[in-house]
Design a protein around this ligand. Structure first.
Ligand code: SF4
Length: 492
């Protein structure tokens, strides 16, 4: 009987993407995925860790501790730890949790099956961390979680040095994938029935820097728009410093590119931005938003904001509130700053007391809620197209609704009536009510398009397990902007 595996993923989309590759690699090596209800009994448990979240290491060691009894009672069981925390802590992991079998880093995901095998054969823990990317994860087999939406990595790593961010030291400098390889993967996904693709990179606007084409990202958006069958293209995350007009033009002129932008602000204070080593200023940021809205009037713009960066004064915070008022974000992922070991900001003086950060955070959240709600109320009466998703509406079974994302990324809960609507299908509904965090459409369906993705979902099929084979890579079911910022501060 083949050995079963389960993967526990923490952190951002890059990790979700890598986990799909780990699953694909393990399945190619003969492992089978443990049924979700049997995940605790899996023969191999893989942790794909995140180093960004506060207390990430305590949580990891706590989880490893919980597995210790299972490891003792089931001698063949193996535990592997990968991802950013593994890249950071390395052999420290087996020192603190000697029952771990394998530690691998962000640059050598491909080595997972071999390391598991070697650990079994040698009956000894294997710790292997590469200093530079060895194989672009996209070249590896994948087990994709969604039939209707997929992540496609266009680059890994980052050339910026934001002082709060651990990504550059753990993911390395930016490596760009060739446009032909990206497009080949997008075409394979679309041919498999995938309707929506999210292009993924720490800083998508600098895409092309490695092969000397600063216009590469705009060209890529336009080329994705020509892929037959692909209806929605999203991307995350852009960086205001590198955001250029050609990208805005490509967004506006490519119908498949969704009217949505997730652009991290981080702070509205120029002083704080300087200390964060983010090289744009608030006026430049707002000018980009003006330009986007001029070209794409209905664009929903979301952001990430950090409150309480070291040295942030009440005036600095007031500047953030001011930018938030002017930017009219449809939603924002707000974070309370807390020092992350290994980042320059952790060593800065003037770390703020928790109470001050909390109080500012609450003011920011209250303001943004007001703005988000007003934006959602303005959607009432509008007809929107929804790509039906699985797992987006926690209360769906209670409310007898289904859920999905509008083209602009807003979450919509709708009543399917008697129609047999499946995840992956596309419906049109009229918005009846705008709540602070979602839209509700309880009226009749205005249209329902059964799609191949819906057929595949119904049949329990998953797309594209094989790599594109061209040298080089999903909010599982990507929930466009929400999961995009799931850990906020590490995606640019
Ligand atoms: S926050 Fe984003 S742009 Fe800044 S260093 Fe981290 S990944 Fe790069």
């Amino acid at each position: 009987m083949s050995r079963s595996y389960t993967i526990r993923t923490y952190g951002c989309q890059m990790n979700v993407h890598d986990s799909e590759r780990m699953a694909g690699l393990l399945e190619a090596a003969g492992y089978t995925r443990a049924a979700p209800e049997r995940a605790d009994d899996a023969d191999v448990v893989v942790f794909n860790t995140c180093a960004v979240r506060e207390n990430a290491d305590n949580r990891l060691y706590g989880n490893l501790g919980h597995l210790r009894p299972a490891k003792t009672s089931r001698p063949g069981m193996q535990i592997a730890v990968g991802g950013c925390l593994a890249q950071k802590d390395r052999a420290e992991i087996v020192r603190r949790a000697p029952w771990v079998d394998v530690v691998f880093g962000t640059h050598n995901v491909h080595a997972l099956p071999v390391l598991l095998e070697r650990a079994r054969h040698n009956a000894a823990a294997q710790v292997e961390i590469a200093e530079a990317l060895e194989v672009f994860p996209s070249t590896l087999p994948a087990r994709r979680e969604s039939v209707y939406a997929g992540w496609v990595s266009i680059s890994v790593g980052c050339n910026n040095t934001c002082t709060f961010c651990i990504v550059p030291s753990l993911r390395g400098t930016e490596r760009d994938r060739r446009p032909g390889d990206v497009l080949a993967e997008v075409r394979v996904l679309a041919a498999d029935g995938v309707l929506e693709v999210t292009l993924l990179g720490q800083n998508v606007n600098s895409y092309g820097v490695e092969f000397g084409d600063r216009g590469a990202f705009a060209k890529l958006l336009r080329a994705c728009g020509d892929v037959p069958g692909l209806e929605r293209v999203r991307f995350t995350s852009p960086h205001p410093r590198d955001f250029t007009s050609d990208v805005i033009a490509a967004m506006a002129e490519t119908p498949a590119v969704c009217p949505q932008l997730h652009m991290p602000l981080q702070s509205g204070s120029d002083d704080v931005l300087r200390r964060m080593r983010r090289s744009y200023r608030s006026q430049r940021y707002l000018a980009i938003l003006d330009e986007v809205r001029e070209s794409i009037p209905d664009a929903a713009i979301t952001t990430d904001i950090i409150v309480g960066f070291p040295g942030e004064t009440e005036d600095d915070f007031a500047a953030t509130l001011d930018v938030v008022r002017r930017a009219r974000f449809s939603s924002a992922f707000t974070f309370q700053y807390s020092p992350r070991p290994g980042t320059p900001a952790a060593a800065l003086p003037d770390q703020l007391p928790k109470a001050v950060v909390q109080e500012r955070y609450e003011r920011l959240v209250a303001l943004q809620e007001e703005i988000s709600w007003a934006g959602n109320r303005a959607q009432e009466g509008r007809v929107v197209e929804v790509l039906v998703a699985a797992g987006e509406g926690r209360k769906d079974s209670e409310t007898r609704r289904l859920s999905g994302r509008a083209r602009d990324g807003r979450l919509v809960h709708f009543a399917p009536g008697g129609a047999a609507v499946r995840p992956g299908d596309v419906v049109e509904v009229e918005i009846g009510y705008g709540a602070p965090h979602h839209l509700v459409a309880d009226g009749p369906l205005l249209s329902h398009r059964r799609t191949r993705a819906g057929d595949l979902h119904e049949a329990g099929t998953r797309p594209g397990g094989a790599p594109t084979g061209l040298g080089l890579p999903s909010f599982g079911a990507p929930a466009p902007t929400v999961a995009a910022a799931a850990c906020g501060v590490e995606v640019s």
